[in-house]
Every structure is written in structure tokens, then in C-alpha cells.
Write a protein that binds this ligand. Structure first.
Ligand SMILES: *[C@@H]1O[C@H](CO)[C@@H](O)[C@H](O)[C@H]1NC(C)=O
Ligand SMILES: *[C@@H]1O[C@H](CO)[C@@H](O)[C@H](O)[C@H]1NC(C)=O
Ligand SMILES: *[C@@H]1O[C@H](CO)[C@@H](O)[C@H](O)[C@H]1NC(C)=O
Ligand SMILES: *[C@@H]1O[C@H](CO)[C@@H](O)[C@H](O)[C@H]1NC(C)=O
Ligand SMILES: *[C@@H]1O[C@H](CO)[C@@H](O)[C@H](O)[C@H]1NC(C)=O
Ligand SMILES: *[C@@H]1O[C@H](CO)[C@@H](O)[C@H](O)[C@H]1NC(C)=O
Length: 406
């Protein structure tokens, strides 16, 4: 369950007072000045033991780190998985160089729902006692949330410089982002923490309705939409999805997980009239199922349950297709739905338990769910200084088992 809360947990957990983690002494720690090179073998072993202990321990005892901690790179020796030596990647060639990504093809816009809450902790409690430091910057709780949004934007602008970013937000929220190719689009609604996931689908639907109206007035270049959580890093050109697969209306990402086979953090919509219309109808169905069946999970995960319900309840749908990480198209409720494997399009560092086979060489999106927000910022800092996306992926791969302070 906890594998899927994503940026929601980030938003929801911040208001809770959590104890600032102590620096733990001993071999477990690798400070940033030690990150280049492999962890010594005995450290690696202890890290594994430690992690399994943490996994079984009650949550309040989990150790959360306020600095990078590297462990072994999963997927070692497996073909088509990223191989690393320290934080040096041994495979480098698979990613398209953004300078070569042409502006021909159709336009892409990323759409994310983001809102800021007045955080009483920032003002009531001594602010400096709640600061976390990443690199040379310190952040209060709400500043962390903005920092993640900024890094989300940064990755897109570096990896897909031709694309646009649209932030759907509460008209009440005082969000100001002034950057080229970034638009803040207020949409009326109920953005309280308890209803945010429900509101998110509503905002998506409203946005698609507005696009539909605009489309009938506009001719010319098509813009495809990719609706995502804001705790993702775009690694490779996602425009390829729309070129490689010509016949889908919307795309979802799946994994081999019985209860939650679909992640709601990535939904691509073809920007044609038909694509937008059918995606809108599909999301309306998801919203209806959410409101009628899963309000007990309104705070989080309800959208994913509803998404899975809509897909699985389709009479001819075979759930076994989720067990193989291979894209496929299926007609559901009048829409052509492209199912893309999470392994490539929504790769998540493992959260403690579970099988973990490393990182595919063609990974296109990394999703920093749960206590991985620090890693997202650290990864960006690392990338900014090394300018090597593959090395950065090694950092993420090796650090992905660690639970961080935010
Ligand atoms: C990291 O570097 C700092 C200053 O450069 C040094 O004082 C510290 O001992 C180093 N940490 C470790 C664990 O080696
Ligand atoms: C990735 O790099 C490793 C180590 O150099 C190499 O053995 C492997 O064949 C490479 N994989 C691919 C698909 O090129
Ligand atoms: C947030 O707080 C500011 C003052 O600190 C206030 O002006 C604003 O109305 C508040 N916003 C919401 C949504 O409560
Ligand atoms: C706030 O906390 C910091 C360190 O925790 C301390 O140095 C500072 O004096 C405190 N300020 C106030 C106003 O209490
Ligand atoms: C702090 O980090 C920023 C961004 O990485 C960098 O431009 C700046 O030079 C750094 N400042 C110091 C004092 O290291
Ligand atoms: C919520 O309701 C659904 C459908 O009735 C049920 O399957 C699920 O177990 C419930 N979840 C919780 C957390 O109560």
C-alpha cells in the first residue's frame, strides 16, 4: 500500500510533526564527500541487514536520513539493466541527447496539480528548527514542496526543452512561478488535503474540457498532454510515446501488483479532438467510481483503486497482461488505452520490501515516491554538477533503498 502514496504523502505528511532524524553513528553512513566510489563490502552487508530490520520495524522507528546514503546497485549483472561502478554508469548510450531532440513532431505539455497550504509550522514554531539542508540550500516545510516543483520543472526543461509545463492549482493558493514555458492555471475546486486526489481528477477533467473548446477555435500544431505527479524526473524524450504508438487516446502505466496495478501519477493524452474527448470521458468514469466506491480512500490511493476498477471491470480485460513489462493497447469504455510498463515510464526506487531488479537502460521517468523527495533534490544537484544523466541514475539506483527525512 505504502508504495503508492507518492507526492501525496509528501503533502500530507508535512503538517505532521515528525522528529528530526538524528545522525546515526557507525558504518551505515556515507556522507556526501564519500559518495564517489563503492561502499566497502561490510558496509553494504550492514546496509542490507539494516534495511530489512527497518522494513519490519514499526514505522516510528524507521531511520530516516538527512544526507545521501548509497547501497549496492540492484540489477548487477542483469542484461539490459544499468550497470554502475560507484556512481559511474557503465552504460551510457541509450538516452537521447536533448540537443538532438528536434522540434518537429507535435508539442508536448506536462500538466501537474500543485497547491500550497498555509503551513502553521513554518510560522508558529521556530522556523530554523524545522529546516532541512540539501546541498547548500535550507528549506522550511513549504519551501521543500516548492523546491520539488522547481526540480520537476528543471528536469523537463533540460531533457525536453521544447515542451511546456502547466500547473493546475487552487485559485486560493498564492503560487507564483515565473519561468519560460511554465503556466499557472487556476481551476476552481476543493483542494483540501483530504480531497486532493479527488480534486485532481476533477481538475484534469476541467482542463480537458477547456482544451476541447480551444481546439475547436484553433488550427495547427497539436499539443499532447502528460499529466503527472510533481515528484518525477523526466529522463528521456517522452514525445516518442506518441510517435511509436499511433493509435491510442490515453496511456497509463502499469506494474505487476495485484491490488494496485495502475499508478495514477502518469497519464498521457493524445492532443487530438478524439484523444481529448475520450480521455475526458474515461476520467469521468474513474471519478464516478472513485466517488461511489472508494470514498473511504479519498485521501489517497482512491484514484488508483478507481482506475484499476474501471480497467479490470472491462469484460474482456485480462489482468495477466500486467505480469509482463511490455506495452499493449486495449479498448476500454470507448477509449484506446495504451498500457506502458512502470519499469520504463514510471520507475520508482524500491521502498524497502519487494523484489527489485534494477533499472532498465531505457528508463524514461523516475518517480520519487514516499520518503524519496530529498533524493530527487540531491539527484538534481548531482546532475547539475556532473551533467551526466547516466551517472545520476546510478546515484538514484544506489540510493533508492534509503528512506530520507522528506
Ligand atoms: C567529510 O568532509 C568533511 C570536511 O571536508 C570532513 O570533516 C569529514 O570528516 C568528512 N566526512 C567523513 C565521514 O569522512
Ligand atoms: C552495460 O555495461 C556492462 C558493463 O560494461 C556491459 O557488460 C553490458 O553489456 C552493457 N549492456 C548493454 C545492453 O550494452
Ligand atoms: C494563507 O495565509 C495568508 C497570510 O499568511 C492569508 O493571507 C491567506 O488568505 C491564507 N490562505 C489560505 C488559503 O488560507
Ligand atoms: C530558533 O532555533 C535556533 C536553533 O534551533 C536557535 O539558534 C534560535 O535562537 C531560535 N530562535 C528563537 C527565536 O527561538
Ligand atoms: C550553491 O549552489 C548553487 C546551485 O547549485 C551554486 O550556483 C552556488 O555556487 C552554490 N553556492 C556556494 C556558496 O557553494
Ligand atoms: C474501501 O471500500 C472498498 C470497496 O467497498 C473495499 O474494497 C476496501 O477494502 C475499502 N478500503 C478501506 C481502506 O476500508
Amino acid at each position: 500500500m505504502k508504495a503508492c502514496v507518492g507526492w501525496r504523502r509528501f503533502l500530507f505528511c508535512f503538517p505532521l510533526i515528525f522528529i528530526l532524524p538524528y545522525l546515526f553513528s557507525g558504518v551505515l553512513e556515507l556522507h556526501q564527500n564519500q559518495t564517489v566510489g563503492d561502499a566497502p563490502k561490510e558496509n553494504t552487508k550492514k546496509l542490507d541487514d539494516q534495511n530489512s530490520a527497518v522494513r519490519d520495524a514499526p514505522k516510528k522507528n524507521s531511520k530516516k536520513f538527512d544526507h545521501l546514503v548509497l547501497g549496492p546497485a540492484a540489477g548487477e549483472g542483469l542484461p539490459n539493466r544499468l550497470q554502475c561502478q560507484g556512481v559511474k554508469a557503465l552504460n551510457k548510450t541509450q538516452f537521447s541527447n536533448p540537443s538532438h531532440v528536434s522540434g518537429v513532431g507535435d508539442g508536448i505539455a506536462f500538466v501537474t496539480v500543485f497547491t500550497i497550504y498555509n503551513n502553521s509550522l513554518d510560522t508558529l514554531v521556530n522556523r530554523s528548527s524545522n529546516l532541512v539542508t540539501v546541498g547548500n540550500a535550507s528549506y522550511s516545510k513549504s519551501e521543500r514542496s516548492m523546491a520539488i516543483l522547481n526540480v520537476f520543472i528543471n528536469f523537463i526543461q533540460v531533457r525536453m526543452p521544447q515542451s511546456n509545463i502547466i500547473i493546475l492549482t487552487d485559485p486560493e493558493s498564492d503560487l507564483s512561478v515565473h519561468q519560460n514555458r511554465v503556466t499557472v492555471h487556476p481551476i476552481q475546486g476543493e483542494y483540501s488535503r483530504d480531497k486532493l486526489m479527488l480534486q485532481r481528477i476533477r481538475s484534469y477533467i476541467t482542463f480537458l474540457e477547456i482544451r476541447l473548446e480551444k481546439l475547436s477555435q484553433e488550427l495547427g500544431r497539436i499539443t499532447h498532454f502528460i499529466f503527472t505527479d510533481s515528484d518525477i524526473a523526466v529522463i528521456d524524450d517522452l514525445g516518442q510515446i506518441f510517435e511509436m504508438h499511433q493509435n491510442f487516446h490515453l496511456a497509463l502505466t502499469f506494474r505487476n501488483n495485484k491490488e494496485q496495478p495502475l499508478n495514477s501519477g502518469f497519464i498521457a493524452v493524445r492532443g487530438t479532438r478524439d484523444g481529448i474527448l475520450r480521455a475526458k470521458i474515461f476520467l469521468q468514469k474513474v471519478l464516478e467510481v472513485y466517488s461511489s466506491r472508494y470514498m473511504n480512500a479519498s485521501r489517497m490511493l482512491g484514484d488508483q483503486f478507481a482506475l484499476a476498477w474501471v480497467v479490470k471491470s472491462h469484460p474482456s480485460f485480462n489482468g495477466k497482461r500486467f505480469s509482463k513489462a511490455q506495452a499493449f493497447i486495449k479498448e476500454i469504455g470507448g477509449a484506446s488505452v495504451l498500457f506502458l510498463p512502470c519499469a520504463t515510464y514510471n520507475w520508482t526506487p524500491p521502498e524497502g520490501a519487494g523484489q527489485f531488479h534494477g533499472m532498465p537502460l531505457d528508463v524514461k521517468v523516475v518517480h520519487f515516491k514516499g520518503s524519496r523527495k530529498r533524493l530527487m533534490l540531491e539527484a538534481w544537484n548531482f546532475f547539475s554538477s556532473s551533467a551526466d544523466i547516466s551517472d545520476m541514475l546510478c546515484l538514484i539506483l544506489k540510493s533508492g533503498r534509503t528512506k530520507y527525512d522528506f
